[in-house]
Ligand binder design. Sequence first.
Ligand SMILES: [Zn+2]
Length: 705
Amino acid sequence: MRKAGLLDQKPMTATRRMLETAKNDTGTVKYAQFTYSPSRKYTEYESRYYFRAAPSALQGILEVDLFTRKDLAEGRKEPRFRIFLDYENKDFISWNAVEEKWSSAKIDMLDTGDGRYAYSYRGRNYAAETARKLVNRHLGTGNAQDVETAVLAFQLKVRKKELKGRHRLVTDMIDAYMDTVPDRLPADWMRFLNRRALEDGHCILYKKGTGTGWCTCCRLHVRVPDTVRHNMTGKCTCGSRITYKSWKKQKCIAYDTRASVIQKCTDGQTFAYRQFHVRMKAEREKEYVPEITVFHEEYRLLFEISDTKGPLTGRGGYEWGYFRNTGVERWCKEGTVNRGYGYGYSVYAKTTLYTSNLKKILKGTKLQYVPVSDIIKSTDKRLNVTAVLGDMGTGFPYEAYWKMGLKRFVRERAERDGTTGLTHINVNARKPWQRLGVTKEDMMQAARLDATDQQMRIIQRAAGLGVKLDDEQILWLDRNVGVNVLMNYFPTHTPHRIIRYMKEKAGIPDAGQAGKEALHLWTDYLDTAQQLGWDMGDRSVFFPQDIKRAHDEAVNVFTLQKDKEDALKMKNKDLIMHGYAREIKKAFRYRNSRFMIKVPGCYMDFKREGHKQHNCVATYYEKVLDCRCIILFIRRREAPKKPFCTVEIRNDGGNFRIIQNRTEYNRDAPREAQEFMQAAVMAAQRITDGILKEEKTQVRIKTAV
Ligand SMILES: [Zn+2]
């Protein structure tokens, strides 16, 4: 808004009436009651803001001046803000008269400096009747509104229009896409919602002893057996899954769900996945006649089904909601809806998909022979529809497996959002059974069993090991142990023997939890036995008489052997450490009347010192081995065996440096011990320098010869 000329006129000043009213508004002391804290005192005033209004000298502009109660009560006559409202060009701007700057904020966001939360107001702003009428007339806000409300309403409208214009490019594009989505839903859509989408919410309401009940699905009175209980599940004669609900115990039934439909767009090649939020309610007061209380489209995904292998592509997702800050409800790009608590959320959800139109609309696409509708109808779970549809075009042979009778296997994949489960799939193999890594016979067996993913994995593992399982064995493994490492031993000891042992010795499944523990012990034992190099082909090793005893014994042997190995390793290291210690001793042989130096020569020396001194010197063992430092122990001459101080020395290119010198519990060494160590280092330095010189001389002599 143009600012030029707006401030040429002087601001309005408070009338005498305003000053008086504000002065008389001395407030009432009130107490706020809180549940968990003491009541708090506050003052309630009659009015917070006082307004004056007048047309500006400039064409089409109304000036509204805002005064605060506080200012007026203190005798200030000047307004806090001068609000200029351009009612012809629909625009506004405010002048902060205190800070002398412009503000484009709406009236509710102006900083009026009266500590909004320190007081309370009865809510009535003060304005003369004439001012109120003037404002409402110019802003076109009716005539009953309070000045602040009228100004805010006008300003909100201006903002909305501005934002709409600013986002025009985005919204126009979205609208163009949305226009291609068919308006109409299938003719039997409501029937679909009732029979399929809302199925898990349906109930039969019964009165005890009458033998009849009311089904919310078929809306008929049906026979109810005497044996039914509240919350028992069953099936109505209409075919719907239902839950029995006692008339007495259930006042209201509410069920919330998501349903979807896929339609072809008017452009002839794009598909629209449309997601609806549906809520059904049935109340006792209304004789449990179900009503759909919420029904709206909340999400759309526009996609194409390409001819080549690959997932769905397209224009992405759209959500219905408030577009950014415009306050306008419309289709928005997924994740940009303003839900009051932020952006970035999507309402895309698992849904029950309408299937009757799928065959027709998928005709001519690469999915035309995939029994999409049969697969979806075979589950009573809601599906991640677009993920499953995408997966159907990426190489997993839905059609072939379905036709061969692997229905459960296929259905579980759909229920897993079209992802691979336990069974490994080799998408590059040609034949359907080759993709599973099994023989054709194995696959026929799986079809006969209508195998689950886990059962298929068991068959696959056995096939990989060159073992054949019979139906009973597959079902037993599936039910009781799943895909277990013990299968690795099938080729050696036969599935028959291994399963028999699990039944007889581990007590599976009759022993319950104890059986599971026994199985765990056994596999643990076998693992240990294998590491010990025992003969796993030997039946007396593999099938121990007493699992627990065999386990404990094996673990004992293992621990002993490991300790032995560790000790051997340490022995070799100590040999090196011993050699180092000898060299160090040559330099650090200094002693005085009170102290002497001990050089640790093996791991046990480090460990004992660390333990007695309560420090971590033992961890320096490896460091010394790597020549990264030297560790010395200071001892009192009167008690040479008793630890006193522990010292770390660094050797920087032939120069010794004390890094730490500490007594027990990592406390600093006593002063005498520190002085002793300094002298010792100096002595050591002299000795090594001497040795070096000697060596040099020797080298010189050698070269001379
Ligand atoms: Zn029914």
